[in-house]
Design a protein around this ligand. Structure first.
Ligand SMILES: C[S@@+](CC[C@H](N)C(=O)[O-])C[C@H]1O[C@@H](n2cnc3c(N)ncnc32)[C@H](O)[C@@H]1O
Length: 542
């Protein structure tokens, strides 16, 4: 295979970078803008040692996954999966998470099916538009092109509320009319750098944050007046000053120009105050499902002490506060810690405290003081946990660690490290918070001293399980004892529920349903469905 060769081939896989993958000369070739099942003539454009890159010369037969993109912008760097169905996108994400854990982490947890979003559009509660100057010398507002700092002007992004596009339009018109100098990355000159919008998906409250190189309060006040008269949803307008020549968007100081310093939204039923500096998941509805999955993994009974590392404005810990005896949150951004304290007070949560600082250092300190949480929830940024944080978590010996991550690769790496230190990586639940884009969230359950669930899965395959003992129904402790007796292995309740589901316990035999020749199977699909529903109800799954 060499540059400019042309091959006829089929796309057999897809990456979260949005490229299709085909095999040519026994090598993987990545082809952008394709879909699994496409038959193409591919032109090779670059050959490296073990893989290559190609472009579509001709689409011979399109994949059944293909759809027409809903968004007219082809160059904006946000979306990668506009050209395929949402089901196909979810398959790519689910596989990417599984690959990270099996290939990178060399782990074999149980993978739960990805939780897809109900809406593929208008789900974001936050937008950060950079300002730039176009070729004609006019200010523009938009998003960066993929892997570049070239601004693509955007009037309405389908991932965001329409209101954001309307506000951005008014701001841009004002900036053009009043000749407010916009920031130029190359020279570091100009005043207005970014327009940052945030809204509460439940509350409807809107915050506008102007990010400027130097304070320009006076110049902005007529715009502030116009915006607040036109858009009644606005509750807060702030100006953040960032004078550094950097890619980091927010600077160190924020001044309120109008209204409140924060906006309020609800997350998992709790009111949350949000500063511009505070992290807040961009898809509130899916974040609630993510935190719900994390709470299920945490298996709280009300007695547990919970440590929430990298807690942001406290949203995850507070969503679990009603089921724990004590909550400690750790976060590095002071404004977020202040938000978390207020959020706890407002929710009437008295058993919580929030510490400001590096998660690793504070966890190390807590471990040295003998703090012993029963459950640790850890939700680090994309780069994952550092070694200090991992060691400190293990030193505290919690029964369970629930890891949440927007980067399955670093999560798999960190889980592999925790496994070496005695924590079994039991279950992985991918959740799609970012439809259309290449990102996906993952929740992982790790348990202290538990055996690798794969071992048990192998020993307890459907065929091997003799269920005659459970003829009249089975409780969790009975099955636990059975597993212990037969294997010498202790398993968690959560895994027992999986064994039950996998082996059909409680679906046929335990519910006195009519049985087929093979006594495992109910007679017809309707009966089977009814039996499954009953079993799920019995075990509190629905
Ligand atoms: C993915 S966010 C999760 C926030 C929160 N758990 C939530 O769901 O809203 C990661 C958080 O870690 C914080 N952070 C980054 N580096 C940190 C560090 N070294 N120590 C503590 N917190 C850190 C960020 O400010 C951010 O709030």
């Amino acid at each position: 295979m060499k540059k400019n060769d042309i091959f006829e081939t089929e796309i057999i896989d897809m990456t979260t970078e949005g490229s299709g993958v085909c095999r040519v000369d026994n090598m993987a070739v990545f082809v952008p803008h394709t879909a699994v099942g496409d038959r193409i003539r591919v032109r090779i454009v670059k050959v490296l040692k073990s893989y290559g890159f190609g472009i579509v010369e001709e689409l011979l037969e399109p994949s059944a996954d293909r759809i027409s993109p809903a968004c007219p912008l082809s160059q904006c760097g946000g979306c990668l999966f506009q050209h395929i169905t949402y089901a196909a996108e979810l398959r790519v994400k689910e596989k990417a998470v599984q690959d990270a854990f099996t290939r990178i982490g060399k782990l074999s947890p149980a993978f739960l099916p990805i939780l897809g979003a109900e809406s593929r559009t208008r789900y974001r509660n936050k937008a950060q538009y950079p300002f730039a100057i176009d070729k004609a010398g006019e200010p523009v507002l938009g998003f960066f092109a993929r892997r570049s700092h070239r601004v693509i002007p955007v009037k309405d992004c389908l991932l965001q509320p329409e209101l954001f596009g309307e506000i951005a339009g008014v701001v841009l018109e004002f900036v053009r009319k009043n000749r407010i100098p916009v920031y130029e990355e190359a020279s570091g000159k100009g005043e207005l750098r970014h327009l940052y919008l945030r809204c509460g998906q439940h509350s409807g409250e809107v915050m506008i944050c102007f990010i400027v190189r130097k304070p320009i309060r006076k110049k902005l006040m007529p715009l502030v007046q116009q915006l607040t008269e036109q858009f009644l949803q606005i509750q807060s307008i702030v100006m953040n000053c960032n004078s550094k020549k950097t890619n980091v968007i927010l600077g160190d100081s924020t001044e309120t120009l109008w209204g409140k310093d924060t906006i309020t939204d609800t997350m998992c039923g709790n009111a949350v105050d949000l500063s511009p500096e505070s992290f807040y998941q961009v898809n509130t509805i899916q974040a609630e499902r993510l935190y719900g999955a994390a709470k299920a993994f945490a298996q709280l009974t009300g007695k547990e002490r919970l440590l929430d590392l990298y807690c942001g404005a406290g949203t995850i810990g507070l969503s679990m506060a009603d089921a724990v005896s004590e909550l400690v949150g750790v976060e590095i951004v002071p404004e977020a810690v202040e938000n978390a304290k207020k959020n706890a007070a407002r929710a009437g949560v008295e058993n919580a405290k929030f510490l400001c600082g590096d998660a690793g250092s504070i966890a190390e300190q807590l471990a040295a003081e003998g703090t012993a949480p029963d459950v640790i929830v850890v939700d680090p940024p994309r780069k994952g946990c550092d070694e200090t944080a991992i060691r400190a978590m293990v030193q505290m010996q919690p029964e369970r660690i629930v890891m949440i991550s927007c980067n399955a690769t670093t999560a798999a790496r960190d889980c592999a490290a925790l496994r070496k230190l005695g924590y079994a990586v039991e279950q992985v639940q991918p959740v799609d918070l970012f439809p259309g884009t290449g990102h996906v969230e993952t929740v992982v359950l790790l348990s202290k001293g538990e055996v690798d669930s794969k071992k048990i899965r192998v020993e307890f395959s459907l065929e091997d399980m003799d269920m005659s003992e459970f003829q009249d129904g089975a409780t969790y402790p009975q099955i636990k004892e059975y597993v212990l007796e037969h294997t010498g292995l202790k398993v968690s309740n959560l895994y027992i529920s999986q064994i039950k589901r996998k082996c059909g316990i409680g679906v046929g035999k335990n519910y006195n349903l009519p049985k087929s020749e093979d006594s495992r199977q109910p007679q017809c699909p309707q009966e089977k469905e009814k039996a499954i529903r009953e079993a799920f109800k019995y075990f509190g799954m629905i």
